[in-house]
Write a protein that binds this ligand. Structure first.
Ligand SMILES: [Zn+2]
Length: 198
């Protein structure tokens, strides 16, 4: 996270600026140059990872990467902020595994690993959590977590059909049911619905 915020993450775009000659395309989607903005805002694999996570949200359109990260780091949801940072870290690690070890990137697995890491970290650091809680009241959820979280999403292409998606997760953030539906409804411009949780 520190390197990402300092804009010194060694993406291929950064390495090019240092005079290193290499394939500049994103190693995940092979569609655009691998920059930090592409990896964490635009790459479909990142979008899938965030949507598969317990956060279950869409990457906002037309936003600045650093502004977006800053909003997460300063938000009142400490648990969400922890999970967001862990997801980005795990995603970057997964990219390196693709490049250097040939291991396929799996968004759902990254989402599950990130959640497990946060839970394990918080269980091992109860004092620190107490400090955070006392300095920033109401940021850690006191209410019991719901048995299930339901995420619904819809998207449509330009003059294309509409596609609906549904994911139900249990308290451990594991997917227990998923379904999608293609609907022959057409719209005049590209759009995405917002994910709905709980
Ligand atoms: Zn990509």
């Amino acid at each position: 996270m520190w390197r990402l915020i300092k804009d010194i993450l060694p993406t291929r775009a950064k390495l090019k600026n240092k005079g290193i000659s290499l394939d500049l395309l994103c190693p995940l989607c092979h569609l655009e140059e691998e920059s930090a903005s592409h990896l964490f805002l635009q790459c479909d694999l990142m979008k899938f990872t965030l949507f598969a996570s317990h956060l279950g949200f869409h990457v906002p359109l037309n936003t600045d990467l650093h502004y977006w990260i800053l909003k997460w780091l300063t938000c009142q949801d400490a648990l969400g902020s922890q999970l967001f940072c862990t997801l980005l870290w795990k995603f970057w690690t997964a990219i390196n595994n693709v490049v250097f070890n040939g291991i396929q990137l799996e968004p759902v697995r990254i989402a599950e690993e990130a959640m497990s890491f946060v839970q394990e970290y918080n269980a091992a650091n109860p004092i620190k959590r107490g400090r955070i809680s006392s300095s920033l009241p109401n940021i850690l959820p006191a209410a019991p977590r719901p048995l299930f979280s339901i995420f619904v999403d819809v998207g449509c292409c330009v003059l294309g059909p509409t596609t609906w998606g549904l994911v139900i997760k249990n308290q451990d953030c594991n997917c227990v049911f998923s379904a999608c539906k293609r609907d022959e409804r057409y719209c005049s411009r590209t759009s995405h619905g917002g994910g709905v949780g709980n």
